[in-house]
Write a protein that binds this ligand. Sequence first.
Ligand code: SF4
Length: 367
Amino acid sequence: GLPGTPPPVLAERRQTRQLQVGPVGVGSEHPVSVQSMTTTSTADINSTLQQIAELTASGCDIVRVACPTADDAQALPAIAQKSKIPVIADIHFQPKYVFAAIEAGCAGVRVNPGNIRKFDDQVAEIAQAAKDHGTPIRIGVNAGSLDKRLLEKHGKATPEALAESALWEASLFAEHDFHDLKISVKHNDPVVMVRAYELLAEQCDYPLHLGVTEAGPAFQGTVKSAVAFGALLRQGIGDTIRVSLSAPPVEEIKVGTQILQSLNLRPRKLEIVSCPSCGRAQVDVYKLADEVTAGLEGMEVPLRVAVMGCVVNGPGEAREADLGVASGNGKGQIFVKGEVIKTVPEAQIVETLIEEAMRIAEENGDV
Ligand code: SF4
């Protein structure tokens, strides 16, 4: 595209209310943000802050910490103060920790209406405390802990039951003139999850936090989340996302970021366009792509690098990229902005690409 023209997206964002999670705006006027959750014991302040620092370095916008005990609640002020990104306290079962989190200066609180007993009775007080501190609240409905009344009414955690639970809870807050809410309705089945968010999107204008819960180990969870988020973001639905993986939280941020970059919802950085290889390949494409990826890892610059196994599609793709290689006959044709700048022996392909990538990044003032 022309310089300054934003890259095309698949859908206009669904219009929502806007809210602030600390400095991070959430809603249709703001970029879709990426979240994760720490796996440390929150009461262990140093370990938790260490993990938050790793998440921050990997591009996490908002971090959530669990708060199951009084020791965890006591750790919240220090964590909220020292974290470089906004901290949301995740509260189940105990309304008293909601107040503790708000007073601790957390940038947000997540509550689960399904498992906070007598929660409804305390909405007035919670709304008041949240209002006083300017703290937004996420109503986080989860299929595994759906409100008993709705479970009985619907028989199981259907999309309708999930949406109804969230909207009921939101209506209680609205009665107290509190609207600083975002909503999530998570399910481990992408089909149920997508439908539940579609129902919510039709019935309210609160920002939505997307998540497939218990999505599974990294591979399955990545696919489920990418498919489900893609189906929703395609409709402009989704204002903040969390990929849940049975893997270190930094991996969740990588996947979430990549999902948004794939849809042009955040600027693409380094992108390796490598071919799948086929019977025509004259070089070990997997190895070459891995080596180039490893060599360029950490380059936070917008750069498309094509790695192609032969000269059939190779030159074409390599020309479309900022930089590329098309292999053949034990050699690599190195392309920069569509021009073959040199041909090097196979053994020098990786180092040449890395050199050229650095040079381009410098020229563009990206490093
Ligand atoms: Fe096969 Fe060449 Fe296409 Fe790679 S670029 S998939 S080797 S035809």
